[in-house]
Design a binder for this molecule. Sequence first.
Ligand code: SF4
Ligand code: SF4
Ligand code: FES
Length: 322
Amino acid sequence: MAKVTIDNHIIEVPEGTTILQAARLIGGEIVPPTMCYYSKLKGSGGKCRTCLVKVAQSSAKDPRPMPKLVASCSTPVADGMVVQNITSPEVLEARKAVVEFLLINHPLDCPICDQAGECDLQNLSYEHGEEGTRYKEERREYPSVDIGPFIKLHMNRCILCYRCVYTVNQLTDKRVHGVLYRGDVAEISTFIQNSVENEFSGNIIDVCPVGALTDKTFRFKSRVWFLKPFSAHRDCPTCSGKVNLWKFGNEIYRVTGRKDQFGEVEEFICNTCRFDKKAESDWIIEGPASIDKESVISQNHYMKIKKGSIIKPLEQRTEAQE
Ligand code: SF4
Ligand code: SF4
Ligand code: FES
């Protein structure tokens, strides 16, 4: 076992645990944000750098700090390690820079993006980014791509987290898409169209942290915060059949996997459950689903997301807060 201190919280975890996993076991606001790591996908992480932390003491045997900030999702703990996340101004400053990089080519078309309201990039920028932008150059642009009848790819919004690549790699028999090229021309390959034949391909919508992969059966139908999520299940021969139904009145607008407090699906679901079962009679409804991750859906506003700042309801705001 290794005893590790993260932002003054001490926890004992098995050797081989990453700093991020240890922080998640402690929970709360000391957990670093993640845009590419996904606990259900083997090998994920190490791409986005949002989970950077400072290792102020490498281990009990070697009390020296690590020379650079490290990605907490891919750095294992050591006995006696001391880690700083929100207690390190250096980390908070670096995270601002990471957000700025992630947004360099991002269209920020949130008003017309189906991910708005449940978008990890929106939340990350709101909590860790700057209000303004220094970027004046032209953003790269790609045409949107239809990936079969159910999924739309907006490469403009992709942050190249590789989660969809890992999902198809690990859930289907053959992976036929990936990231082509490198640097600022890197893109999710158009061969992604071929991956839709698989019954589990719809899961790439759930794992995508942004609005790059969206559900065509739900596109532009409603903003997510107008919908009410319900836990439901059905006897499915292909997957667990445990889902969240997103309803407006009695109508089921979309079906997704259930997500945990870190916004990661608990179990991957099949395309039949996701796209074909939109009648109430298809499901046994268990009751309202709780959305644990901080979001406009769980709170219906952004009031508590920004630590230490209180945003008053619109009617009570002063001019300075508008
Ligand atoms: S992916 Fe997120 S940040 Fe980007 S346009 Fe959509 S909602 Fe906005
Ligand atoms: S399409 Fe989404 S899941 Fe795939 S690499 Fe881009 S951002 Fe990540
Ligand atoms: S979550 Fe660690 S690098 Fe992306």
